[in-house]
Design a protein around this ligand. Structure first.
Ligand code: SF4
Length: 281
């Protein structure tokens, strides 16, 4: 977007990636909790994504006052390190994640595949606006799941809560694309006026992060499908499947962030983008 379609930057969500949101929270809320100085804490992300190495070095990514994420290892690099160290990973006992921030949801699991961010967001938005669960197949928005390059879904909002009455009867159109060729296709259709959407999810890598550039090689569609199946199985087995139900997040907002879009959450969880078209020349 910054390099090829800067005129569309005002349409891009200002939400940071999960990596950078976590880094900013880790070096503020978490360091307060464990009574350490942020300068003494090192945040290392394990990512499916080589682009995350670039992202953590962006100048804006120091909302905590220091670099929010210090190092990024890809899953492929971590796998190599585990093998080099001779760790029998498969037979390691399972452990709970550390608290605070140690509870995860199904919505987070499905973030990793094409359509997953959209589905996770709609699970929460629909319920906040109507007070009911998404009227789809067990929370799954099937039209936007799967490996088709561009996917679409429409959903009519009815029987909203009082404060959301202005959305009553609105049909929300969403689209999902993965791979930059498909992203280009969808953007050109929007720019020409052929298509109109309220909410679009674009993932760079074919299949989404499950097929990311930092994942174990080689990635075929068969492997992508197996990984997608695995994350949906994780999602279905979770106690919490929607982000707004996550007890750790509720505590984070109560104790520290205040409210979504409040001053502190805006500062720590959101970012901005810049026109870099000239760097492209
Ligand atoms: S889709 Fe690819 S580039 Fe985008 S965050 Fe996932 S792994 Fe990184």
């Amino acid at each position: 977007m910054e390099y090829f379609y800067p005129e569309l930057i005002p349409n891009v969500s200002t939400c940071k990636s999960p990596q950078q949101m976590f880094g900013a929270v880790a070096k503020t809320y978490y360091t307060d909790k464990i009574e350490k100085k942020k300068e003494d804490v090192v945040v290392v992300s394990i990512m499916p994504c080589t682009a995350k190495k670039f992202e953590c070095n962006r100048e804006e990514m120091n909302a905590s006052g220091v670099k929010d994420v210090d190092y990024v290892l890809t899953t492929r690099e971590l796998g190599k390190m585990i093998k080099q160290a001779g760790i029998d990973f498969v037979n390691l006992p399972d452990e709970e994640m550390d608290a605070p921030l140690g509870i995860s949801t199904g919505a987070a699991d499905i973030f990793a595949n094409t359509g997953g961010v959209m589905e996770a967001a709609l699970r929460t938005v629909y319920e906040i606006v109507t007070g009911r669960e998404l009227p789809f197949n067990g929370l799954h928005i099937t039209p936007i799941e799967g490996l088709e390059g561009v996917k679409e879904a429409s959903l009519k909002i009815e029987d909203t809560k009082e404060e959301w009455k202005f959305l009553e009867g609105v049909t929300v159109n969403v689209a999902v694309a993965h791979g930059l060729g498909n992203a280009k296709k969808i953007i050109e259709e929007i720019k020409s006026g052929k298509k109109q959407y309220h909410f679009i999810e674009i993932m760079t890598c074919p299949g989404g992060c499950i097929g990311g550039g930092g994942q174990p090689r080689m990635t075929t569609d068969e492997i992508r499908k197996a990984r997608i199946q695995a994350i949906y199985k994780e999602d279905e087995g979770r106690k919490y499947r929607k982000s707004h139900e996550n007890p750790a997040l509720k505590v984070l907002y109560e104790e520290f962030l205040g409210k979504p879009l409040g001053e502190r959450s805006h500062h720590l969880l959101h970012t901005k983008y810049f026109n870099k078209k000239d760097e492209n020349a």
